[in-house]
Design a binder for this molecule. Structure first.
Ligand code: GTP
Ligand code: MG
Length: 255
């Protein structure tokens, strides 16, 4: 058990580079989780601090590597099904011919998302976290080694669909992007504030469904701003492509 959020990254993630002709390289990274466990609160808090501290150390190393190579790394977070992969697919389809992109996909199981990205001929690595509910900086470190991204490129990291735990884990990203779809309800930013507090950008997705849902957009935005006044918003539909141009302008400005 990872101890910080109660999820089990203890058995180690599976990291697979998606390639043609079945030449997938599988690496299982074992964490050192053979600590003595006592059940006092003190031990739990110490373990929690330990995990976060180790994560932060390697995140800082990742960040140094990205800075040195001028790689702009994004950490895409959201609840399951908000449309992270769809949003990525649309972005890659529209920009991959002009800019080099690399993708790391995080999910508990399956290579479904990595296969969707691979179909666009963008280099991708799938990280399966098993019982783990978030990506950690050592997984990014290992995945980046396999991807070997070029200088002056974009690295898009899609985190495990979970609106809570990924907020605690710095991956060394340049910016964090939270995706919320309008089907989730206006109050999600105040119910799950950490994710919105730690993000730089808020993508409001599935705007094509607004005629059916009549979501109060002011309310949604106000709740998010209440948590984090610095959030930059983009209202988009990954399905129709509406609103994507403004997002591309922002993204290209970053590199
Ligand atoms: N109508 C509509 N549907 C969308 C949009 N974006 C995504 N979807 C649908 O929402 C569902 C989930 O999309 P995904 O892109 O797989 O979501 P995800 O956030 O990557 O999901 P996980 O990786 O499992 O967390 C799919 O059925 C998509 O077709 C959108 O802008 N409009
Ligand atoms: Mg996905």
């Amino acid at each position: 058990m990872c101890g910080t959020c109660g999820c089990g990254t203890g058995s180690g993630p599976t990291i697979v580079k998606i390639e043609d002709h079945g030449h997938s390289h599988e690496h299982t990274h074992e964490h050192d989780h053979t600590h003595e466990h006592s059940h006092s609160h003190k031990t739990v808090i110490e373990l929690e601090q330990d995990i976060l501290q180790n994560n932060n150390l390697l995140a800082a190393r990742n960040r140094g590597y990205f800075d040195a190579k001028n790689i702009f790394a994004l950490n895409l977070v959201s609840s399951p099904g908000s449309g992270k992969t769809s949003f990525l697919e649309r972005t890659l389809a529209d920009l991959k011919d002009q800019y080099p992109f690399y993708v790391i996909e995080g999910d508990q199981q399956t290579a479904n998302d990595a296969n969707r990205i691979h179909a666009l001929q963008v280099p991708v690595v799938q990280v399966n976290t098993g019982k783990g509910c978030h990506l950690e900086s050592d997984m990014i470190y290992d995945a980046v080694k396999q991807l070997a991204p070029k200088d002056n490129s974009f690295l898009m990291i899609e985190n495990v669909g979970n609106l809570v735990c990924p907020a605690m884990f710095d991956l060394g990203e340049s910016k964090r992007v939270v995706v919320i779809s309008i089907t989730e309800g206006e109050d999600k930013p105040i119910k799950y504030p950490d994710m919105f507090l730690t993000s730089d950008v808020c993508i409001i997705n599935k705007m094509d469904l607004q005629p059916y849902l009549k979501v109060d957009m002011d309310k949604l935005r106000n709740y998010a701003q209440q948590v984090n006044p610095k959030l930059v918003f983009f209202e988009v539909s990954a399905t129709t492509g509406e609103g994507m141009k403004k997002w591309y302008d922002w993204l290209i400005e970053q590199i």
